[in-house]
Design a protein around this ligand. Structure first.
Ligand SMILES: Cc1ncc(COP(=O)(O)O)c(C=O)c1O
Length: 436
């Protein structure tokens, strides 16, 4: 009898190789820890790239989803289901402004809804309705341009790679979807200049760039972007897929930076359902002036038949997401993210290692930038990025972290991480750096 193939053999033979995977074969998880197929334990400071926001297998999530699993899993969006309605209400409360929510399955898909909303707005509306009622102009030029940022990441769909401000995701997939222009991140002058281009309809950015290496925009930038969009009747769109729903120590990443600013629409995914695939967008109910003379809320522009998905917002996943959001509240995890984020930041900064150029972060979204000459000083093999080298060394020492670009390590632990977990992670990093 032939031996059954190993996990790596299965992947080699049967899984399309879109990912450069690390060698770790994870079998189970509990809290902030996972175990591999050989029973080896790892401290999980990646949380599935900011997804398992309560760690693995939180007992309340397991109980709520098990109950829902036995009650109703899926119906399609042809019918009404209570958990989807309740989750939409909860998300509107989290934004703190009137609007409505659409559910999908991932971050890229949530951003697709933002692009389609922008197209509808640019094709069918003249802009926001003035408080006293605007005037419609069916002859006004159409607006289709979306401004996004250098270094951004918005997902792997054709729209997502066109929106993303990194060439590496576009290579080989040309021609790009039209209509996106990229500008330097966090540069108010560049933003105002780019908006002068004829036909610009929206600005999209991550309040804190994640894949780009943990870079927040300044509060001034957020306010300037809001003022610009108001002046020119453009949509202000935030991609909160990585930084949203608690990671920064507030429900919204932008709240941590400038709580007085509100976007016109937001995308979420990752941490929203603690590990189950769910994406969502919130769209404001601000009134828009349509070219045909009608006035309607922005959130009703994507009307019946204009957008959809089979799986988005199933009762199972919405029930899980509602439980995740309740636990974040009940266990005071926003506060924990703020406190432990500061604690980790201070501990990392006090390492004072010559291998570290900078440590930065907001809440539990932390970036450790390695020294620029790390690769040459360490004589890394050609093509081996220092970030990948370090992530592998940390794996060997029992700590999971996420690389970002060539020189940055991200720490994105669950929101219920403890000071003892942080101490252990810092100890592991310190000993790996010390042994270099
Ligand atoms: C800010 C941001 N937007 C969008 C995405 C794409 O999300 P997904 O991988 O769920 O499609 C990501 C994923 O890393 C992200 O970080």
């Amino acid at each position: 009898m032939s031996a059954s193939p190993t996990t790596l053999e299965l992947f080699d033979q049967y899984v399309i190789p879109t990912y450069g995977r690390f060698g770790v074969r994870i079998e189970r998880g509990q809290g902030c820890r996972v175990w591999d197929e050989d029973g080896r334990e790892y401290l999980d400071f990646g949380a599935g790239i900011a997804v398992t926001s309560l760690g693995h297998c939180h007992p309340r999530v397991v109980a709520r989803m098990s109950q829902q699993l036995g009650q109703l899993v899926h119906t399609s969006n042809l019918y009404y289901t209570r958990p989807q309605g309740e989750l939409a209400k909860r998300l509107v409360e989290i934004v703190g402004a009137p609007g409505k929510v659409f559910f999908c399955n991932s971050g890229a898909e949530a951003n697709e809804a933002l692009y389609k909303l922008s197209r509808k707005f640019g094709n069918e509306a003249n802009g926001f309705a003035l408080p006293m009622g605007g005037t419609s102009n069916p002859e006004a030029p159409l607006r289709r341009g979306i401004i996004t940022m250098n270094g951004s990441f918005h997902g792997r769909t054709l729209g997502g790679i066109a929106a993303t401000g990194q060439d590496k995701v576009k290579k080989g997939f040309e021609p790009m979807v039209e209509g996106y222009s990229h500008i330097p991140f966090n540069d108010i002058t560049a933003l105002n200049e780019a908006a002068e281009a004829r036909g610009t309809v929206a600005v999209l950015f991550e309040p804190i760039q994640g894949e780009g290496g943990i870079h927040p925009v300044s509060p001034e930038y957020l306010r300037a972007a809001r003022a610009l969009c108001d002046r020119r009747s453009m949509l202000l769109l935030f991609d909160e897929v990585q930084c949203g729903l608690g990671r920064t120590g507030d429900w919204n990443g932008w709240d941590t930076l400038a709580p007085d600013v509100k976007p016109d629409a937001v995308s979420w995914a990752k941490g929203i359902a603690g590990g189950f695939p769910l994406g969502a967008v919130w769209v404001s109910s601000r009134l828009v002036q349509l070219r045909n003379g009608e006035v309607k809320p922005l959130c009703d522009l994507l009307g019946p038949g204009t957008h959809g998905t089979t799986f988005g917002g199933t009762p199972l996943i919405c029930a899980g997401a509602l439980e995740v959001l309740s636990i974040i509240e009940d266990e005071r995890l926003l506060e924990n993210a703020r406190t432990l984020g500061k604690y980790a930041l201070n501990a990392l900064r006090s390492l004072c290692s010559p291998w570290i150029r900078e440590v930065r972060g907001v809440g539990l979204m932390l970036g450790i930038e390695l020294a620029a000459d790390f690769g040459t000083r360490h004589a890394l093999p050609p093509g081996k990025a220092p970030s990948i080298f370090m992530v592998e060394k940390l794996h060997e020492a029992g700590l999971l972290t996420i690389p970002s670009g060539t020189h940055i390590l991200r720490w994105l632990p669950p929101l219920n991480v403890t000071a003892a977990d942080v101490d252990e992670a810092v100890r592991i990093l310190s000993s790996v750096l010390g042994a270099l």
